[in-house]
Design a protein around this ligand. Structure first.
Ligand code: HDE
Length: 708
């Protein structure tokens, strides 16, 4: 047998190096995995096509070569028309308590009952290869593999949507996607067609406020909320309905990038969010969210000043509290991006007994669209047989054949039948547990193409959002509008948009107009002053929010090794990820002997890839860093992006080298701006505690001289 696998003259690389233990499969012995064709036939050479003589033509007869190339030719499937770029992970969901008072959904029926899940996060506008940190909505889609079939909660990280009726979706997507003549811009909405549409469609206004806010540039998928957006319906075993809105709340709090940082990150690491999710799960820091529900009894359907069926509205949490019902943990990365993350197919109509729809016209349209798009994207009607889409519950039906059929169905394929024993039969005609029964909603009305007048207020909740923001959040919103509209070439579109903003807030409209060089518009009178504190990120910091945050420690020869070691130990205990950076990989000699190990070479990283920066003491090291433009820029960027900055002893000289405002960084109030300085006598424990606290604050948005 062994002789069969002896190196041959055809393969120059077959001189095996027995020292290389990674090559377990090279020249596979019979007991190892060998290369085969799709038919399982073992292949002995995939480096040379079959040819007539060593210099002769390639032969059609080489079935391995043809199969290999053919499969390769068909590797790319159409990407998702929206939400093309995404990242996913597996995990589980478990309820805190039974919800059977409101729903017969099996996966919500018992405290601690674990249901496996797959979650995919995504951006909306950009193609598969676009950057992660663009200004955009993020998808947050969850597939629950419940015992009673798959349930998909296909949500976003913003609680409202651009339009009220799904019939407008193709228009909206055409407008926001790259413009057809030149396919620009990739991964963003800052262009004429989007703002043209938005300005003519005032129902977008509330969503625009969210899109221009920091919610559109999340620091991490692990630090964003998720929302089901629509009002859904819980249904009990005896057919009683309750309206429900779904919320996901991240344990780490809700945190964002700043715009300038997001721009740099898009180049330094276009996979910024994807990598963050992957690495956290690999490191065992499993991201976690709490599922919350807002429940509205059916008799209260009309007790709001907006329509529950209108997906451009939230129910303010102060009006109907979010009740925590369970937790979601993501603890396993996929093994193959394409097979799992790319091929996963979510569908709003994948519901289980106990969860049903409402007549929200956006939801109704989605219930058609997802299956339809998957038929083309995944090549026919059998995509639910793909492993990531396969239910854990038994599947029995008379669907047959079609592209990609994986199952050999024996026997009859029609209903009713007697020849197949009457199988599969109707599940208990009278309902019973585990059987889906549509909620028996009473429906009457004229056939009409018209929206209810209760859908007409497009501005009150946009104003509510603005009113709820902290000063720095408002500043970012203004900057975002100025940037996006500043990229718009059409004057009338800019003006129309500013006009729409006068219905939201006079100061906002005036500030945006000013940035665009337009005259201050007349503010609308009588705009609501209501606010909802639950909307501001200022109030969504999370618990122990320093966990999994990344600290960069900048060192050079002559650095204070004792300081590095003690800070590292203390911070690691608090769950902070500490990385030591120097001009080159390897080690640097420390002051007074010994060495400090370098985790990353400075040129491969950037401050935008960290949450905070620390520069230890050591005169020689500080001199070297101050003379290194990349190190000076590192410190400057961290400052200008509002990040915690700890500069110990002599290291304060780096602040001067970075030309940062001395009265701030070295002034009395430096610590209030998140600048921690300490001389050699300060206890390392105190410094580490102060850094953890600063990291929990995330940023110092009132620091002078920030880049927005
Ligand atoms: Fe989607 N949406 N959508 N959408 N959507 C798709 O389905 C659609 C809407 C959302 O990670 C598509 O398989 C219509 C709201 C997410 O695979 C498509 C309307 C919300 C994902 C589609 C909406 C979403 C999608 C594209 C207007 C938040 C990615 C590829 C009525 C509640 C899921 C695909 C994943 C994907 C249609 C509006 C969320 C074309 C017609 C509102 C998270 O079917």
């Amino acid at each position: 047998m062994a002789a069969h696998h002896e190196p041959s003259h055809r393969d120059a690389r077959t001189a095996e190096d027995p020292k290389d233990e990674q090559l377990t499969c090279f020249r596979a012995a019979p007991e190892h995995d060998a290369l085969t064709t799709d038919q399982g036939v073992r292949v002995d050479d995939t480096d040379n096509a079959l040819r007539a003589g060593t210099r002769g033509p390639t032969l059609l007869e080489d079935f391995h070569n043809r199969e290999k190339i053919t499969h390769f030719d068909h590797e790319r499937i159409p990407e998702r028309v929206v939400h093309a770029r995404g990242a996913g992970a597996y995990g589980y969901f478990e309820p805190y308590a039974s919800l059977s008072e409101y729903t017969c959904a099996d996966f919500l029926a018992e405290a601690g009952r674990r249901t496996p899940v797959f979650v995919r996060f995504s951006t909306v506008q950009g193609p598969r290869g676009s950057a992660d940190t663009v200004r955009d909505v993020r998808g947050f889609a969850t597939k629950f593999y419940t015992r009673e079939g798959n349930y998909d909660l296909v949500g976003n990280n913003m609680p409202v949507f651009f339009i009220q009726d799904a019939v407008k979706f193709p228009d909206f997507v055409h407008a926001v996607k790259m413009e057809p003549q030149h396919e620009m811009p990739t991964g963003g909405s800052a262009h004429d067609t989007f703002w043209d549409f938005a300005s003519l469609q005032p129902e977008t206004t509330h969503m625009l406020m969210w899109l221009m806010s920091d919610r559109a540039i999340p620091r991490s998928f692990r630090m964003m909320q998720g929302f089901g957006v629509h009002t859904f319906r819980f249904v009990t075993a005896d057919g009683r309905g309750t309206f429900v809105k779904f919320h996901w709340k991240p344990l780490l709090g809700v945190h964002s990038l700043v715009w300038d940082e997001a721009q740099i990150a898009a180049g330094r690491d276009p996979d910024f969010n994807r990598r963050d999710l992957w690495e956290a799960i690999e490191a065992g820091s499993y991201p976690e969210w709490e599922l919350g529900v807002q429940l509205v009894p059916e008799e209260d359907e009309f007790s709001f000043d907006f329509d529950l069926l209108d997906a451009t509205k939230i129910i303010p949490e102060e009006q109907v509290p979010v009740r925590p019902v369970g937790r979601l943990v993501l603890n396993r990365n996929p093994q193959n991006f394409f097979a799992e993350t790319e091929q996963v197919a979510f569908h709003t109509a994948n519901v289980v007994p106990g969860i049903d729809f409402t007549n929200d016209p956006l939801l109704q349209g989605r219930n058609f669209s997802y299956l339809d798009t998957q038929l083309i994207r995944l090549g026919g009607p059998n995509f639910s047989q793909i492993p990531v889409n396969r239910p854990l519950a038994d599947v029995n039906h008379n669907h047959r054949d079609g592209y990609g059929q994986q199952i050999i169905h024996p026997g009859t394929n029609y209903f009713p039948n007697s020849l197949g024993g009457g199988c599969p039969a109707h599940a208990g005609a009278g309902g019973g547990p585990g059987v889906f029964r549509h909620y028996a909603e009473r429906v009457e009305g004229q056939k009409i193409r018209e929206r209810s007048p209760s859908f007409q207020d497009h501005y009150s909740q946009a104003a509510l959002f603005w009113n709820s923001m902290a000063e720095w959040e408002r500043r970012h919103i203004v900057e975002a509008f100025r940037f996006e509209l500043g990229k718009v070439e059409s004057g009338p579109v800019r003006e129309r948009m500013v006009g729409n903003l006068t219905h939201v807030n006079g100061d906002l409209a005036a500030a945006v107009a000013d940035g665009l060089g337009l005259p201050a518009p007349e503010a609308e009178a009588g705009i609501t002053a209501a606010s909802s504190p639950a909307l501001s990120q200022e109030n969504l910091r999370g618990e122990n929010a320093a966990r999994t945050r990344k600290l960069a420690v900048l060192v050079a020869a002559g650095t204070d090794a004792g300081q590095v070691a003690s800070v590292r130990e203390r911070l690691t205990d608090s769950g902070v990820l500490v990385e030591v950076l120097a001009a080159k990989d390897g080690e640097v000699p420390a002051a007074g002997g010994g060495t400090v190990k370098v985790d990353r070479a400075l040129p491969t990283m950037a401050s935008v890839l960290y949450d905070a920066v620390l520069v230890p003491d050591g005169a020689e090291a500080v001199n070297a860093l101050a003379a290194e433009p990349a190190a000076v820029r590192f410190v400057e960027e961290a400052y200008r992006h509002g990040k915690p900055l700890a500069v110990l002893g002599e290291a304060t000289r780096l602040l001067t080298a970075a030309k940062l405002p001395g009265d701030v960084v070295l002034g009395e109030a430096a610590a209030e701006y998140g600048i921690l300085t300490a001389n050699g006598t300060a206890a390392p424990g105190e410094l580490a505690d102060a850094l953890v606290q600063a990291l929990e604050q995330h940023r110092f948005p009132y620091r002078p001289g920030l880049l927005n």
